[in-house]
Design a protein around this ligand. Structure first.
Ligand code: GTP
Ligand code: MG
Ligand code: NA
Length: 457
């Protein structure tokens, strides 16, 4: 390989689509994991990241093209939620990626969040491949594990092939109605103008070799410039988490550049910009999901693209969904502190100015944004007087109790996907502050609504 080919960074691929089309399951199949079954309600509520080394992709695609020359070091895949209340996370995911997989359920065709995802991709001019998933649900489908789709399709009965063709034609028409030409990738003579469709099954793996090969070949062929590593750091905080033995850590996606142990970094925090030094750079093992607890690999430096856990002092109040900066020799620290706080301001502006409303607590800025969005919607319409990120403590209960005098029903904490400390709970009982907890937005708001309705009676 040439010097430049050796310097390519891994492309970032974001997986998007309507809820339950099989996004996480597809990744599970490729990883050999079962993340999906461990999700609350089987619903993805956070952005995930998994690194696939090129050796693994080579191995899985060798039946298709043994001699394919793959130059990128690997593929970083970002999983996003399809549930309607997480449009902010879909938007964030699509903003990080070089290419996307748009997953469509062959039994359902284009659905609401398929179209929303399409609009995001069109807006940013992002290339994408359609995974037409759940082909194993075609009546009478015969399983050929891990098999390239053309080979698997040839061995199906006439009835299965007919049903497939009818559904495919229908879905191509639905894309056409959205102003897009699509075609089965192995029949597509107009790549670039006509988007590729790869039929897949996340249960038995037909079409998965095709999907992987297409992603790698397409990105390295058409995005050479973009993937040629530059030193400019581009990095986004996905999550703030306490990790056993590491204290508070941040999970980030390094989109571009190189991070080193000992780098001075600036991160957006609840109480202002955080300036700290990278103590350790950790990654999950290849083919493991960053969202899921496990053992980590230590690195002196890491090149993009990668999902990384960073340990450093003072990250307790860091906010997910914001940018991370590395302080260089010529940088003005004060300017960097200014810019890093920008992301926070938009969320703060959602709080009710009257000062009357419930308190909302969530695990990440992303989940907080999603919850605020939903509370603001016409169907729900609940005012919010205070927001916080992270576990609910006594001080949060104290703050919520202020509402007891004004609007008793708002002396409430809606705790979304966060812990409530026993002390906070005890104080809440003592003061008469209600705490509702759930790890799904719908349940949380349903509990609160039931409480309000009950009070009115
Ligand atoms: P969200 O992240 O919540 O938007 O959903 P998702 O798109 O990640 O879908 P998920 O992986 O959670 O799968 C949803 C359901 O569809 C699960 O019950 C899966 O087992 C099932 N499923 C996913 N892919 C396939 C497939 O290829 N074939 C069949 N038969 N079932 C599938
Ligand atoms: Mg999912
Ligand atoms: Na799901």
């Amino acid at each position: 390989a040439s010097e430049r080919e050796r310097n390519l960074r891994s492309p970032i691929c974001c997986i998007m689509g309507h809820v339950d089309t099989g996004k996480t399951k597809l990744l599970d199949f490729i990883r050999g994991t079962n993340v999906q079954e461990c999700e609350a309600g089987g619903i993805t509520q956070q952005i995930g990241a998994t690194y696939f080394p090129i050796e693994n992709i080579q191995q899985r695609t060798k039946e298709l093209k043994a001699d394919a020359k793959l130059n990128v070091p690997g593929l970083l895949v970002i999983d996003t939620p399809g549930h309607e209340s997480f449009s902010n996370l879909r938007s964030r995911g699509s903003g990080l990626c070089d290419i996307a997989i748009l997953v469509v359920d062959i039994m359902h065709g284009l659905e609401r969040q398929t179209i929303e995802s399409l609009d995001l991709l069109k807006m940013r001019n992002t290339e994408f491949v359609v995974a037409l998933n759940k082909v194993d649900r075609l009546y009478g489908w015969k399983t050929f594990r891990n098999t390239p789709i053309v080979k698997a399709m040839k061995q199906q009965s006439k009835d299965v092939q007919n049903e497939f063709n009818i559904r495919l034609t229908q879905i191509i028409t639905e894309f056409k109605n959205q102003g897009l030409n699509t075609e089965l990738y192995y029949k597509n003579k107009d790549m670039g103008e006509t988007f590729n469709i790869v039929p897949t099954s996340a249960i038995s793996g037909e079409g998965i070799p095709d999907l992987l090969l297409l992603l790698v070949q397409w990105t390295q062929k058409t995005m050479f410039e973009k993937l040629t590593s530059s030193n400019e750091i581009q990095c986004t905080v996905l999550e703030v988490k306490v990790a056993e033995g590491h204290g508070t850590t941040i999970d980030v996606v390094l989109v571009n550049g190189i991070l080193h142990e000992g780098d001075q970094i600036v991160v957006c925090g609840m109480q202002g910009a955080i300036v700290t030094t990278i103590r350790a750079l950790l990654t999950p093992h290849p083919m493991k999901e960053l969202r899921v607890k496990g053992t980590y690999l230590h690195h002196k430096e890491i090149k993009a693209a990668q999902g990384i856990k960073i340990t450093a002092q003072g990250l307790e109040h860091a906010i997910a969904g914001t940018s991370l900066y590395v302080v260089g020799p010529n940088d003005e620290l004060e300017d960097m502190k200014e810019s890093v706080m920008e992301d926070m301001r938009s969320v703060m502006s959602r709080i009710d100015k009257s000062g009357e409303g419930v308190c909302v607590q969530a695990s990440t800025l992303g989940s907080l944004e999603a919850l605020l969005e939903y509370l603001k919607s016409d169907e729900v319409n609940v005012p919010v007087s205070r927001i916080s990120i992270g576990p609910a403590h006594k001080k949060d209960v104290m703050k919520a109790s202020v509402m007891l005098e004004k609007r008793k029903e708002y002396a409430t904490i809606l705790a979304f996907d966060v812990k409530v400390t026993p002390e906070a709970r005890a104080l809440a009982d003592e003061l008469g502050v209600r705490i509702f907890c759930s790890d799904t937005i719908y349940n949380l708001v349903k509990q609160f609504k039931a409480y309000i309705d009950n009070m009115k009676e």
